[in-house]
Design a protein around this ligand. Structure first.
Ligand SMILES: [Zn+2]
Length: 61
């Protein structure tokens, strides 16, 4: 099982799907992506809650 998040679910016009093995890692990667690619300040924008809400689990074989 892995965790995924669509950048689009954060309200951003972006087709990026971010994947990680754990929720902590996924949040870390998402924050890094949003900061570096979109230039957003995730903390000030209150986006961490949105990130957590957008995370879903996928089946991996
Ligand atoms: Zn993005």
């Amino acid at each position: 099982m892995a965790k995924e998040l669509r950048c689009r679910d954060l309200g951003i016009e972006c087709n990026q799907i971010i994947r990680a093995e754990t929720e902590e890692e996924l949040i870390e990667r998402t924050v890094e992506h949003v900061l570096t690619v979109h230039g957003f300040d995730v903390v000030e924008a209150g986006m961490l809650e949105q990130v957590e809400a957008a995370i879903y689990t996928i089946e991996t074989s």
